[in-house]
Design a protein around this ligand. Sequence first.
Ligand code: ZN
Length: 724
Amino acid sequence: MRHPYGWLAALAGSVLVAACGGNEAVLSDATSTQIQPVRTIIMVWDGFRPDSINAKDTPNLYALRQAGVNFSDNHATYPTFTMLNSSSFATGAFPKTSGFYGNTFWTPPQGPDNIIPQGNLATPNSAGTAAAAADYDDPIFTEDYQVLTTLNNYYGGQLLLVKTLFATAQAAGLTTAAIGKSGAAYLQDPGRGGYFLDENTVQPRSLVTELQNAGYALPANTQFGYSGADAVTLASANGDPTARAGYITFNTTAYDPKGTIAIAARDSADTTQGTPEDAANQYMMTVFTQYILPKKQPILSLIWFRTPDNTEHGYGPGSANALSSSRSQDQRLGELISALKANGMYDSTNLIIVSDHGHSSVSGPLALYPLRAITPSGTAPGGPLINGTTSGTDAAAIGAPSSNGYSFSGDVRSADLLTYRGFSAYDGAGCVTSAMYGLQADGTPTIPVQVDTTGALCGAPNTPYQAISASLAAPVASFKVPAPGSLPVNGIVIAANGGSDYFYVPGHDPAIIGNLVKFLQQREEYGAIFVDSRYGALPGTLSMSMVNLENAQRQNNGQPDVVASFTWDDQVSIQGMPGIEFESANNDHGMHGSFGATDVHNTLVASGPSFRANTVISDPTGNVDVAPTVAYLLGLTMPQADGRILNEALLKPASASAPTVKASIVTPSAPATGLSFELPADPTGNTKDAALTQGTYTIDMAIKDLSVDGKTYRYFDYAKAIRQ
Ligand SMILES: [Zn+2]
């Protein structure tokens, strides 16, 4: 018996429960050190909505929820991005404590001695050649272990300012393993103290050798993470086991007034692709269940797959492919459960299934932008059948307005809208096109497609783009962040993140902040607005400190100055799933990151020897509570965590005190007044909303304060703009 702790703890727990009747199984002198570590596996289903759990599509998770604990009011950390919630799982903390602001954030070049080193490669999954160095002058997308390593070095090893759950476990001599999605899995263990496998690498180096000797393929990019004496040579039959397919797309000229310029639209009506990353997830789960789990017997593991999130982004929540990806993810859970049983570990292992955030359909208001049919065709233009293979282009088309149809609206590019209105705004995204910029009821595109024939705007000739700022006297279409030293003193850098945008104002001019906030309040695409409290209480805004987003060590160095959620509506359904929102332009049918109820409320289910059976916990809980709870299951503590131990769910809780919960609405101290509101269908701002005549803007933020054992923990249900 090499790892007796889990077995002993399971036995001790069951005896104690039997003797004390379960609910009262608490000793008055209970301390966390009484508990021996119980093997715990956290499985993250990226973007999985709690209303997607059912016996038909997710039978394994449904059964686990029935058998164990269903946390029916769990909360993602706002902004509801993947990497930000990854940091909450890693540390049990909000950005005010962890200092982490992913997915995409910006840290201004600090001068010649303190510029982020650009030598580290980003590692997108393309076999054969290493990727180019990432550009840290622009906002940086952090779903990449090399990027995270570069940033960790830049921050002096303090990318996360507090000790992680994994480091806490490792310091106690416990074996850990993290596998799965690029970036999100790595952030659990940036100190590299445990076993690690993601879509791009394997760590430590000794595990590379072990896996190769055991006949396993490696992620193809593993070769780019090692050099010199540690260099990795892939076996000739290695292949690319973590490759994933693209989305099924079709070409549309709906955004070109001349009808000649095609852009790619993702085909939400497609029913055939399933999960583009199916093979990659199966590979990683196989390495975990067949090698890491039995050979290394980790006491703490985290498995994070990009499913169903990736499919929801491409096709939208509720689409046939998104449902298929839920079934795929549930099959991976089934494989994990089978492996635990085969290794005699199931009864002594806690399983925690959690999503990082919910997921919404991307759409503007349906009164402005009706849903549209997609007319299918199984035949690629001029080619063989493609629809039905793993990816490609078919000959579908955007059809007439249809209440059962799909959205072709919701994309917003803040840098473009701001530049058009006279701000100096940059997002670093270059020239882009998207089929989600909006087709109005009469078919008029909100932002038409044009072509930069000379390359003067986009850097390469014949590049298509959509940008209203291209019509200015000094036209702009790419919004590249100027090189260090060239950023205008009044410049604004935008980290576009999906359901919310970060705004950096490196000059910190209160007048620029005020004008930016007024612009955001007047445009109806933007919802609740949060401002760094150093700028004072601006009418109609809440401070970033109220939502745990101010961090003194990251001020001017990663922390944004203004955070704006895009407008959302949880009463509108597309493909049977409630919840729509605008997004930073990215041509997605699904998105998250907003302060909408649909994005905030996410999945949390737990089952195993430490958890109560057949229990629904309706108290508010949050992603920040997972790490301190797991630490407790391991006999450890995380004193720096913002979250709490979820004692209500435990057979042997650290405290038996009953929490009290008080719900309320928080509003700004004063509304903004004297505004005129601008309709999303006119990006110039000239068309005002005639229905809103008072000109006032404020925010309703719904919170729940849970008090227990002398401490109060705040959970955020939503924040929305109120325009009148
Ligand atoms: Zn995610």
